[in-house]
Design a binder for this molecule. Structure first.
Ligand SMILES: Cc1cc2nc3c(=O)[nH]c(=O)nc-3n(C[C@H](O)[C@H](O)[C@H](O)COP(=O)(O)OP(=O)(O)OC[C@H]3O[C@@H](n4cnc5c(N)ncnc54)[C@H](O)[C@@H]3O)c2cc1C
Length: 396
């Protein structure tokens, strides 16, 4: 193996990217949009990624995964998107839920939930957002009450969540709730694994404008009874739930960034191929700087975002969560901006064809735009950088 040059990926990572790109290329954008427009799912693709060990690449080996890091699962997510198959549930199931359970679950919980996340048969959704709390997750009101009656001890969960991705494809949802601290009586966050078929757990799809087989849902949690061990790890103690939540945030941002850079690469590839072929004034339109320069700008912006994403992933994988926080936020911001611009430029480069279903470029607009809103909005990242990187006063 050649010696690794700083700022390049390992041979193993490069090989992983190549293998995923090949697999996803066999499905491609046409498959993805066909499934989306017909109300179908991407289950075959999901299970095939899993079968090759790519879905669980970051899950510890002893629980059925590949023993890799966030950088590996982020590479898988990016390569899928770069082939026109951006899978949002990769952000949620292996990266957020997988990380939180692998780091904080009890031994029994890891054995119960991680193998199914890795092999794709027990996908786990993640629910924090609430209609009345929105970005301000300190205001969530979903509550877990301890059940101490004559029966088995457990929890009773009540609340409402919104925009939760993939609930219909998930076996469980990792729900962020609040519970009363036994000592201080104060409400603190706790994470619960809730089966999607639990009595009192209902969900309904939110019609979205995104061209994707993956959907978002309103979730209604009414007196859902859970066993005592539905609570992840030791969240019962001190601020454990908060620590767990924070451990999921950096992976979430890194994955969202990879989703965006992959989408941006796909759009740019499409645009470049088109402007090389299409002739209007007797030469390929790509020979005009009015088209070539914006595409070159996108190439630069995408590479910069990818580099920051890889840095953030390397920091997470090295265990430096604090430094990773800044890098992950910056990467997610840069990647979302790069994707919005790349898709917009790709539409423009295609002229009228850019907004036809046949070419499918405009169909990327909303997915790219969602990257500026979820999982954390660009404004909240700017707030973070203003406060933590620049030391400016908190503005809200
Ligand atoms: C496609 C998609 C998938 C999603 N999947 C999931 C999921 O699986 N699980 C989950 O829990 N959630 C999910 N979400 C929810 C997502 O995380 C939220 O939409 C996001 O956090 C923003 O919250 P909100 O929509 O309530 O916006 P709001 O909080 O209402 O914010 C509206 C606007 O105000 C701005 N704003 C608010 N406060 C401030 C401030 N202090 N300073 C400056 N600007 C501010 C925001 O940046 C935003 O632009 C998903 C959302 C989308 C669009």
């Amino acid at each position: 193996m050649s010696e690794q040059v700083p700022f390049t990926e390992t041979d193993e990572r490069v090989a992983l990217r190549r293998a995923v790109a090949k697999l996803a290329g066999g499905y491609g954008r046409e498959y993805f949009t066909r499934q989306a427009r017909s109300g179908g799912k991407t289950t075959e693709l999901w299970l095939e990624i899993a079968k090759h060990g790519y879905l669980g690449v970051n899950i510890p080996e002893e629980y059925g995964g590949g023993g890799g890091g966030i950088g590996d699962i982020a590479a898988v997510c990016e390569e899928l998107a770069a082939q026109g198959c951006p899978l949002l549930m990769m952000v949620v199931s292996p990266a957020i839920c997988g990380t939180v359970i692998a780091r904080f679950g009890t031994e029994e919980q890891k054995q119960r939930w991680l193998p199914g996340i890795a092999d794709g048969t027990q996908t786990m959704a993640f629910a924090i957002t609430e209609p009345d709390a929105g970005t301000n997750s300190h205001n969530i009101t979903t509550t877990a009450r301890r059940e101490t009656g004559s029966g088995e001890p457990g929890w009773v969960l009540n609340g409402r969540k919104i925009y939760i991705s993939g609930v219909d494809e998930a076996a469980h949802v990792l729900v962020v709730a609040r519970t009363e601290d036994a000592r201080t009586g104060r409400l603190k966050p706790c994470l619960f694994v809730v089966p999607t078929d639990a009595a009192g757990f209902e969900y309904s799809p939110i019609p979205m404008e995104i061209v994707s087989p993956e959907q978002q849902f309103s979730v209604f949690i009414d007196d859902v009874r859970l066993p005592a061990d539905a609570l992840v790890g030791e969240s019962d103690k001190a601020d454990a739930g908060l620590v767990q939540l924070f451990a999921g945030l950096n992976p979430e941002r890194i994955m969202a960034a990879s989703f965006s850079t992959g989408l941006a690469r796909y759009a740019l590839d499409r645009a470049v191929a088109y402007v090389k072929e299409r002739e209007v004034f007797g030469a390929p339109i790509g020979s005009h700087q009015g088209l070539a320069h914006p595409l070159a700008q996108s190439k630069i912006e995408i590479e910069l975002a990818r580099l920051m994403t890889q840095k953030a992933a390397a920091l997470v994988d090295a265990g430096d969560d604090a430094a990773a926080g800044e890098a992950a936020n910056m990467a997610k911001y840069a990647a979302a901006e790069a994707a919005c611009d790349a898709v917009d430029r790709a539409v423009q480069a295609h002229g009228g064809n850019g907004i036809t279903q046949e070419y499918g470029v405009a169909g990327l607009l909303v997915a790219a735009r969602a990257g500026r809103i979820a999982p954390v909005s660009r404004e909240m990242i700017l707030n973070f950088v203003g406060m933590h990187s620049l030391g400016l006063p908190k503005s809200y």
